[in-house]
Design a protein around this ligand. Structure first.
Ligand SMILES: [Zn+2]
Length: 64
C-alpha cells in the first residue's frame, strides 16, 4: 500500500475510487436499481453532501 497515493489525501479522488469499486458499471439507485440519475451533487455549498445522487424514479437522494 502506497500511503502517498493521492486517494488518501484527496477526498474527491477517494470518493471516486470507492464509487468505481462499488459501481463498476456506473452509479445506480440502491433502492430500485434505476441507473437514470437526475443529479450528481458536488461540493457546492453546504446544503448537499459530496457525491450525492438522486434517483429519477423515486426522487430519493442517496449516497454511494
Ligand atoms: Zn430509485
Amino acid at each position: 500500500m502506497n500511503l502517498t497515493d493521492k486517494i488518501f489525501h484527496d477526498l474527491d479522488a477517494a470518493r471516486e475510487h470507492l464509487e468505481a469499486f462499488r459501481w463498476p458499471e456506473g452509479p445506480y439507485c440502491p433502492h430500485c436499481g434505476n441507473a437514470d440519475l437526475r443529479n450528481r451533487y458536488r461540493m457546492e455549498g453546504k446544503s448537499h453532501r459530496a457525491g450525492l445522487y438522486q434517483c429519477n424514479e423515486l426522487r430519493e437522494p442517496f449516497n454511494q
